[in-house]
Design a protein around this ligand. Sequence first.
Ligand SMILES: *[C@@H]1O[C@H](CO)[C@@H](O)[C@H](O)[C@H]1NC(C)=O
Ligand SMILES: *[C@@H]1O[C@H](CO)[C@@H](O)[C@H](O)[C@H]1NC(C)=O
Ligand SMILES: *[C@@H]1O[C@H](CO)[C@@H](O)[C@H](O)[C@H]1NC(C)=O
Ligand SMILES: *[C@@H]1O[C@H](CO)[C@@H](O)[C@H](O)[C@H]1NC(C)=O
Ligand SMILES: *[C@@H]1O[C@H](CO)[C@@H](O)[C@H](O)[C@H]1NC(C)=O
Ligand SMILES: *[C@@H]1O[C@H](CO)[C@@H](O)[C@H](O)[C@H]1NC(C)=O
Ligand SMILES: *[C@@H]1O[C@H](CO)[C@@H](O)[C@H](O)[C@H]1NC(C)=O
Length: 666
Amino acid sequence: MIPRVLYSGILWVCSCLWLCNADSYVLDDKIGLGRQFDGIGGLSGGGATSRLLVNYAEPYRSQILDYLFKPNFGASLQILKVEIGGDAQTTDGTEPSHMHYENDENYFRGYEWWLMREAKKRNPNITLIGLPWAFPGWVGHGTNTPFEYPDITVFYVVTWIIGAKQYHDLDIDYIGIWNERKFDSKYIKLLRYTLDKSGLERVKIIASDNLWQPISLSLLLDPELHKVVEVIGAHYPGTNTVLDALKTEKKLWSSEDYSTYNDDVGGGCWARILNQNYVNGRMTSTISWNLIASYYEDLSFGRNGLMTAEEPWSGNYVVESPIWITAHTTQFAQPGWTYLQTVGHLSQGGSYVALTDGKGNLTVVIETMTHDHSICIRPPLPAYNVSAQNATFQLKGSFGSISALQVWHSKFDFKTKNPTFFKQLSPMKISDGTFTLELDVDEVYTLTTLTTGVKGSYPAPPASTPFPKSYKDDFNVRNPAFTEAPDFADQTGVFEYYINLTDPGPHVFTLRQVVTQRPVTWAADADQTISVIGDHNWQNLTVTCDVYIETPKTGGVFIAARVDKGGESVRNAKGVFYWVYADGTYKVTNDLRGQTVLAEGQSGTRAGVWHTLTLTIEGQYASGMLNGYPLWKNAVVLEPKNGWAAIGTQTFELVQFDNFSIEAKS
Ligand SMILES: *[C@@H]1O[C@H](CO)[C@@H](O)[C@H](O)[C@H]1NC(C)=O
Ligand SMILES: *[C@@H]1O[C@H](CO)[C@@H](O)[C@H](O)[C@H]1NC(C)=O
Ligand SMILES: *[C@@H]1O[C@H](CO)[C@@H](O)[C@H](O)[C@H]1NC(C)=O
Ligand SMILES: *[C@@H]1O[C@H](CO)[C@@H](O)[C@H](O)[C@H]1NC(C)=O
Ligand SMILES: *[C@@H]1O[C@H](CO)[C@@H](O)[C@H](O)[C@H]1NC(C)=O
Ligand SMILES: *[C@@H]1O[C@H](CO)[C@@H](O)[C@H](O)[C@H]1NC(C)=O
Ligand SMILES: *[C@@H]1O[C@H](CO)[C@@H](O)[C@H](O)[C@H]1NC(C)=O
């Protein structure tokens, strides 16, 4: 376990004889430097992970953005990676595409454009990355892969990059291939060729946002592919890389990592991987999935973000420990700085990295995370022992004359729950080019020549409250910057604001499901569309909505309550679904698939006419009204006991919704 010989071949200096109670580590740039540091980032998307953030009122929304992006304030993130929305389910919801249909283009859908602008406003140097998960159906031309028609896919992706510049003045720095799916070498080369032809030489390619292989071997075997790929991005590498990846001499990034509940165990995971991704795996960038937990917590991977903002209705948000763990690196080393070769493990567990700006500045980050308290869920890193230890660092080379270092400290405390995060301590005096730290377990230290660190703060946000029991949206009052109605979380399909100027009223302003063809999916989207809203704990409630089927004869629409699942399990969602159809019938089912029928009959409903649906559930009984008159009652509902409210459509078809309301009893 004890690294007698470090990576660089530098001897592990002190052998802890009887007079010496500290192990010793050299920090030196004279022997040459390591790799260039490319930054720490967050990933918005994959999917819909920032969905609720946009609906926060000011000043809270700006405060949250400051904690994420403002330099020398909080996480001070250096990279923002976003999903290129593909109209399909990508983990916690769907994100809208800039091209729903072949002849359609719109660069104001969703919230990723807005988020990139807000990030850039705070940090003009932030690196922007775009990556597709799913694609609108027309891109695949009836196949479920983006590579059958590579020219169409390249056109679609390059159009997104050009739109970012044209409509938002955003320069995308890196573009990916297809998240966690196979790649296609021909496609990657065509993408590079088209970027160059479009004047986008500056946009670099990351491949393949999956495992280290087979992309590394492909780069070694295919010189042309090697030429066009700038970065190998691997997901959840467990701090390690493979020999082939190193042999490519490409930049190695952990382009998706963390994915862990953001309590202090998550913070410990993050501290460990931020250091050890470089120490063990020579990765020069680590990107957190996800950026911010702004999605209903009962969806998949609840609270797997660097901080939590999942209550736009209350304004409550939580600056979790990963924000301050990020600051330990990001506030004191910028992309373009270089790691020293002298990095490694501490003799009694933990690790240290050191970075320099090449102008005499030095930043050292040390972590002593114990396994029990720093478990990363994906992948669970192997156990190892860490104990309290004294560590002496010897500054050599350009750093030999440093006389003091600023000290920033965090200590996790799992016993008395009294942790310290990102606290500035008195500067460390350096004598004879050495300093010694008494390291306890579960600590993070930054020692740096920079004096610019700040622990930013705002007054405490409002207290946490449940989703309001009484909720209405007639879609008439809109934030013009956004295309989606607050708090609706689309799980299959896309529900957008719509304006029908020829409508005599009151249905000029509606919400419309707009995906008309099954997308090139990333997850198992349902065959129906569905958007959930509200409190997953709700049991007894009434949901009301005006609905307008647009497809004659075959169209269909539902409202629902107690919907138990979304995300990648959405196909198997259960609940109480009240459907009406353009053929004049209705149905009540216990599942989204529509297979478990609780009631059915004639309704007289048809397309091209507004109908009002009302669904009430109390205990084990559900009842429904149509246009204010009882249509069915006493349908027996044993399971699920609770869940969200929802709206949706029978297939991928156009349907409008208006005057949505919920009255929840409990
Ligand atoms: C952006 O980077 C440049 C050069 O690297 C630096 O001078 C400038 O201070 C940075 N701006 C911000 C806001 O960090
Ligand atoms: C360190 O960085 C600061 C701020 O960028 C700069 O002013 C200074 O010259 C650098 N070098 C040293 C040795 O502090
Ligand atoms: C940790 O320490 C215990 C007791 O000293 C030892 O039995 C165990 O093998 C060690 N585990 C590792 C992973 O080094
Ligand atoms: C660290 O050094 C201090 C002061 O010399 C000493 O009291 C302490 O026991 C040492 N701790 C360890 C874990 O060796
Ligand atoms: C818009 O409203 C007019 C008038 O009510 C109606 O005929 C038409 O079908 C509506 N269009 C859509 C797409 O809803
Ligand atoms: C929902 O209503 C049923 C029947 O009235 C009742 O037994 C149950 O306690 C209610 N649920 C809650 C959470 O209040
Ligand atoms: C919307 O529904 C409410 C009852 O929930 C009703 O009072 C109102 O008239 C409806 N508005 C429209 C435009 O249908």
